[in-house]
Design a protein around this ligand. Structure first.
Ligand code: DAH
Length: 339
């Protein structure tokens, strides 16, 4: 019996030595120590051993098992270490090599301008709200007092999805949507993309961006509108900037105005930038028309407010002295990198 065990041990050691991968070691473990393994077979043969011999033989079997297990463990550890070392050798990193340069993105001039406008108005307590780009005719036109025969509703000016749905031609419909929700007072700006059926040229694009502004509260006057937009212009174009309100017409405001700022290039003396006038037009605005308030469920005898709409591209072009709007959409990295 003793020889038999010695033989099993020697055989197991030989197979462990011959194993070249950890899986082979496992095979050896199963073959010798497993349920159907050779050592177990010896244990099963114990019934043929004289009873007084049994403890001794049992001890021998256990010693053999322990010896094989120890050698198996050692070999496994050694093998795994060797594998790890080999892997480390193969994966050596030369930290002196120059790194790969990631091409980093860059904020688009439109985005920079939009964030600047948002910063100014958020600083004055406004919320920034988004509205849908695909809009009901009702919000884009009707609720803003724009009658059915208004030229803005011409197919030349508007992309119709169907009779009732359009690609919004302005961000003003967000005004109606917010007023309808009825959470007063309101102080919000709403930047976003708008669409008009225009040919592309230096100052036109079928898709561009506006930022709408709306304030609704009790006791809001034209003075509030003027003060707000003056602060806005000074923040955006510098503290020397003057503003000028010219009477204008918009269907959803009454009275309405267009706002010019003194040319920040020449300070108002007149230059090529402001086409000699000293002034640059930047936005439309006015006091929200009582009928618009009514259509949106607000009582015009109690509440009133003002609104304004700024062209985002116009601001970006002015701020960065870009003379062709198409440059903003061509996505030429060499151009965009400059801002
Ligand atoms: N939505 C107008 C446009 O696209 C701009 C505008 C004018 C917006 C006056 C306003 C406003 O909110 O009060 O031409």
């Amino acid at each position: 019996m003793k020889e038999k065990l010695e033989q099993i041990k020697a055989e197991a050691i030989a197979q462990i030595r011959a194993a070249d991968v950890p899986e082979r070691l496992n095979d050896v473990r199963v073959k010798f120590l497993g349920k159907k393994g050779e050592l177990t077979a010896v244990l099963k043969g114990m019934k043929d051993v004289a009873p007084e011999e049994r403890p001794k033989v049992g001890q021998l079997v256990n010693d053999t098992r322990a010896a094989i297990e120890t050698i198996l463990e050692e070999s496994k550890t050694k093998m795994e270490r060797a594998i790890r070392e080999q892997k480390m050798k193969e994966e050596v990193i030369d930290v002196t090599l120059p790194s790969k340069k990631n091409i980093m993105g860059h904020r688009h001039p439109n985005t920079i301008a939009q964030e600047e406008v948002e910063r100014i108005f958020v600083g004055m307590g406004y919320e920034v709200i988004e509205g849908p780009e695909v809009e009901y005719d009702e919000y884009n036109f009707e609720k803003l007092n724009i009658p059915a025969d208004h030229p803005a509703k011409d197919e030349q000016d508007t992309f119709y999805i169907n009779k009732d749905i359009v690609l919004r031609t302005q961000t003003s419909p967000v005004q109606a949507r917010i007023m309808e929700q009825g959470n007063l007072p309101i102080r919000m700006i709403s930047p976003g993309r708008v669409f008009r059926s225009d040919e592309v040229d230096a100052t036109h694009s079928p898709s561009f961006h506006q930022i709408e502004g709306l304030v609704i509260d009790r006791n809001i006057s034209f003075a509030d509108l003027k003060g707000t937009l003056e602060v806005f212009a000074k923040e955006l174009f510098g503290p020397e900037t003057k503003t000028k309100f010219r009477p204008h017409h918009f269907p959803f405001t009454e009275p309405s105005a267009e706002v010019d700022v003194s040319c920040f290039k020449c300070g108002g003396k007149g230059c090529r930038f402001c086409k000699g006038s000293g002034w640059i037009e930047i936005l439309g605005c006015g006091m929200v028309h009582p009928h618009v308030l009514e259509m949106c469920g607000i009582d015009p005898t109690e509440y009133g407010g003002f609104a304004f709409g700024v062209g985002l591209e116009r601001i970006a072009l002015l701020k960065y002295e870009i003379d062709d709007m198409r440059l903003l959409y061509e996505n030429d990295i060499r151009f965009l990198k400059q801002f």
